[in-house]
Design a protein around this ligand. Sequence first.
Ligand code: ADP
Ligand code: MG
Length: 324
Amino acid sequence: MAHLHTPTDPEAAAAVSVAGLTKSFGKVAAVDGVSFDIARGEVFGLLGPNGAGKTTTISILCTLLRPGAGRATVEGCDLRAEPAAVRRHVGLVFQETTLDLDLTARENLRFHTRLYKIDRHAERIDDSLELVGLADRQNDLVKTFSGGMKRRLEIARSMLHQPSVLFLDEPTLGLDPEARERIWEHLQRLKSSGRVTIVLTTHYMEEADLLCDRIAIMNDGRVVALDTPAELKRAVGGDIITIKMGDGGLDDADLESLAGNGQIRVERASPRELRLTVRDSERHLFDVIRYFQHHDVEGIAIERASLNDVFLHFAGRTLQAAAE
Ligand SMILES: Nc1ncnc2c1ncn2[C@@H]1O[C@H](COP(=O)(O)OP(=O)(O)O)[C@@H](O)[C@H]1O
Ligand SMILES: [Mg+2]
């Protein structure tokens, strides 16, 4: 396809554009032909289990790792040709913390503004601290901070040079539910400020669902689905009936006869759990109950499609199973 730098060129309009990206470590294809475009101001999620290739993908986009094959741009700057320009545009919050625990929050930020020769540092620091709700704790030593506060301080630091694209790798990993919600709150504020495109990785469904405008579901180095959370759920099509089996279990012949006329999609979510996807659970529920009346069943539950189901649908296994 011809590449033209016109205003309608999707690559020029995109904050991030990735085409056919690959990266191998020895025999492991960590990223295996990934393509997507991220619009300015969008919150874009890479959702997938451990080992899916999320960190590798964003490490390449931040120029921390060299790509194998493929092409990528950040704010129109090519990763290979203009890595320094890419670095000026991106902010990073990665997993290893590099905060100095023996300095105060403000001193940590001041150190960063010196290191990166950031102008109007006092103003920028005030602004960043405000953004993550740490203004009142700015003169406290970071070693007195909780995990959530440290993560928020790292977000503040990542915004000091006013990046146009902020990359966050598992921003709430290891945080308790309350700290996680505060991070979500601050990321939503950052989003509504309209000043930055956000790319985050997560293996938490609810996080992706809550924060992201669009989600790329990754599995084994590939993007297996990419859409808005609502469209992804719609694609799964219908309600999910979960059947927890007792000791008896079910054999594959049983599963085939249950799927029968194709109205019900049957998947084995785990050895003792079946998931049936049906267009209309009210119509099929009695058939399902009748079918299982002579089997050892511990419970039957009905739910609307969730992102968990979306992952199962596109990746062929549950997120939990994939992470194990
Ligand atoms: N530096 C590395 N050396 C060797 N293998 C790696 C390295 N980094 C990642 N991998 C492998 O690449 C795959 C993808 O890893 P990663 O991108 O960290 O996944 P995720 O962030 O989705 O958990 C995994 O199989 C992982 O073991
Ligand atoms: Mg990772």
